[in-house]
Design a protein around this ligand. Structure first.
Ligand SMILES: *[C@@H]1O[C@H](CO)[C@@H](O)[C@H](O)[C@H]1NC(C)=O
Ligand SMILES: *[C@@H]1O[C@H](CO)[C@@H](O)[C@H](O)[C@H]1NC(C)=O
Ligand SMILES: *[C@@H]1O[C@H](CO)[C@@H](O)[C@H](O)[C@H]1NC(C)=O
Ligand SMILES: *[C@@H]1O[C@H](CO)[C@@H](O)[C@H](O)[C@H]1NC(C)=O
Ligand SMILES: *[C@@H]1O[C@H](CO)[C@@H](O)[C@H](O)[C@H]1NC(C)=O
Ligand SMILES: *[C@@H]1O[C@H](CO)[C@@H](O)[C@H](O)[C@H]1NC(C)=O
Ligand SMILES: *[C@@H]1O[C@H](CO)[C@@H](O)[C@H](O)[C@H]1NC(C)=O
Ligand SMILES: *[C@@H]1O[C@H](CO)[C@@H](O)[C@H](O)[C@H]1NC(C)=O
Ligand SMILES: *[C@@H]1O[C@H](CO)[C@@H](O)[C@H](O)[C@H]1NC(C)=O
Length: 474
């Protein structure tokens, strides 16, 4: 029983061994026909068998790619389209022929005639539309050289936060879709530097994208069912920002600078508000036209959109402020006095922030003081002095005339008092309107400062990001 079993086992393993081994070829003559016949007899009939001597041997497949074209990056659907030359090489164990006997060291055979591995790119999003390459090279050492173009539409997580200075890191994962690592294992054939150099050499259509670096990671993916051998190529791409700088950032900066300098126009004139209004209109139209250039993803908002929003917000704020100031200039004398908190906040704190000394206030205090001291009862001495001079001019006139004059002077005094009260009232109105105007000036200055700070910060940020992204590459 055991004997029978063991002979059976030996027989099975022997047939398996024989079935998988391709013997050395014997060509009858050094012609293509002879070689083809030999191949037809010993190799082509076994195109379903993994070309190894025993099942425990994995087929070692070396992978190398050359990036030939970067066709497009679609931020919305997060897709990268590239064209690669993909070279796979593996050995058919046992296959060999003599170069002299068969007349050549390599021959091209149809892909369907031999076993080919199912190496796929894991990130594939669309079927391969690249031209078909029907042949592979077969060498007399048993090496199979499979070179074909692949148009890869791969998913890639695109991060556009720093648009247009963004750098993308997209991976292409090569591995067998079905076979475990014990059956097919993949290796990188050439180093990342060589891949990068070759790709740079042949890269033609890259549009706005620049190939920055390629790195390779060779790993084994372990799942419940088994482990898979895979190679990850990380393709680092950098956007060329010049187009966007010229078309988006510079015009925007120009418009903002224009708006900044419009603060030099006198705020009370209507010119300033209409000027700003025109600017806002222009900016809106500009954004509308340039909207196509901006990338869209649901995930993150690019920094540049925030920049545009803040720019627009500043423009609108400055227009509102101009309207406010114009209103103050024209009709603030009818306003109720400035609320205490507003006056303290704006004239005492913000005025210091924007470096306007609160000197007008002391002036007002003087006016106020003059009014309080100018009590009519106290100043009755002045008419008395004039009364004496009056009496001196007319010696005939005695008591009755003097009473009359006194009466006249009292009337005059009352009139003067009325005039004075009127003046005080006028000054009071002056005071509140002046205070409102001060507030307007302070807010004007504050917004001007904010503008300068924003423009400086955004310029510095843009330049920093630009320099950083350039520096990162080299
Ligand atoms: C080729 O010839 C050698 C000896 O000359 C022989 O051992 C071998 O089996 C032959 N191969 C085939 C495929 O016939
Ligand atoms: C290849 O071999 C098969 C069977 O071994 C045979 O039927 C076929 O005619 C051969 N092809 C050529 C072109 O000789
Ligand atoms: C494949 O590679 C492994 C390790 O690199 C080696 O041990 C094995 O012999 C190779 N197999 C073949 C068929 O070349
Ligand atoms: C690209 O991404 C991979 C994985 O996310 C990471 O390991 C690698 O360092 C990244 N490369 C660069 C240059 O950022
Ligand atoms: C590419 O990336 C590798 C690893 O991050 C780094 O060592 C190498 O210097 C980079 N090459 C270039 C040209 O930036
Ligand atoms: C009243 O105001 C005038 C000028 O504003 C000033 O010269 C004068 O000293 C003031 N009078 C008093 C009593 O403060
Ligand atoms: C009238 O006013 C002056 C200051 O303006 C003051 O010095 C004087 O004492 C006042 N007259 C009387 C009678 O008090
Ligand atoms: C002018 O305004 C100041 C500050 O609010 C106030 O103290 C002063 O009494 C005002 N002057 C008048 C004449 O109302
Ligand atoms: C009051 O306003 C008028 C102009 O409206 C100005 O000429 C005058 O100097 C102001 N008075 C004070 C005390 O500021």
């Amino acid at each position: 029983m055991t004997e029978e079993r063991s002979t059976e086992l030996i027989f099975i393993s022997f047939t398996l061994l024989l079935g998988n081994v391709v013997a050395a070829l014997n060509c009858t003559s050094p012609t293509p026909e002879a070689l083809f016949d030999a191949l037809n007899d010993s190799l082509f009939t076994k195109n379903q068998i993994r070309p190894v001597k025993t099942f425990s041997h994995p087929v070692n497949i070396s992978v190398s790619i050359t990036l030939v074209g970067i066709l497009g990056v679609d931020e919305k659907s997060q897709i990268l389209t590239t064209v690669l030359w993909q070279v796979l090489q593996w050995n058919i164990e046992g296959l060999s022929w003599d170069k002299e006997e068969c007349g050549t060291s390599r021959v091209s055979v149809l892909r369907g005639n031999i076993w080919v591995p199912d190496i796929e790119i894991a990130e594939f999003m669309e079927e391969d539309k690249s031209p078909q390459a029907p042949y592979v090279y077969l060498y007399n050492t048993g090496l199979v050289y499979d070179d074909k173009p692949v148009r890869v539409v791969s998913s890639c997580r695109l991060v556009i936060y720093t648009f247009p200075f963004d750098i993308q890191n997209c991976s292409l994962t090569f591995g067998s879709y079905l076979h475990f690592a014990s059956d097919i294992s993949v290796f990188p054939d050439i180093t990342a530097e060589e891949t990068l150099q070759q790709s740079r050499h042949v890269l033609q259509t890259n549009g706005e994208w620049e190939l920055t670096n390629i790195t390779i990671a060779h790993s084994t993916l372990v799942l419940d069912v088994g482990s898979y051998s895979e190679i990850k190529y990380f393709i680092i791409l950098r956007r060329r920002p010049l187009l966007y700088v010229v078309n988006l950032l510079l015009p925007s900066c120009f418009l903002i600078t224009l708006d900044l300098f419009s603060f030099l126009l006198p705020p009370q004139s209507v010119d300033r508000s209409s000027f700003k209004m025109t600017l806002i209109l222009g900016y809106t139209v500009f954004l509308l036209i340039m909207n196509d250039l901006l990338p869209v993803t649901g995930e993150t908002t690019p920094l540049i959109n925030i920049f545009f929003s803040i720019s627009l917000a500043l423009m609108v704020a400055s227009l509102l402020e101009t309207v406010f100031i114009t209103n103050i200039q024209i009709s603030s004398s009818q306003y109720s006095p400035v609320p205490r908190w507003l006056s303290v906040l704006v004239l005492q704190y913000l005025a210091v922030v924007v470096c306007i000394p609160p000197k007008k206030k002391t002036n007002r205090v003087t006016v106020f003081f003059n009014r309080s001291t100018g009590d009519p009862t106290l100043n009755s001495s002045v008419p008395v002095g004039e009364l004496q001079s009056l009496s001196n001019t007319g010696p005939n006139i005695k008591y009755t005339d003097r009473d009359l004059a006194l009466e006249e002077l009292k009337k005059l005094s009352r009139d003067l008092l009325a005039i004075r009260l009127q003046m005080d009232k006028h000054f009071l109105g002056n005071n509140t309107s002046e205070e409102w105007q001060m507030i307007g000036v302070v807010i004007d200055r504050l917004l001007f400062g904010l503008y300068i700070v924003f423009i400086t910060v955004s310029f510095v940020t843009i330049i920093c990001i630009w320099v950083y992204s350039n520096f990162n590459v080299t």
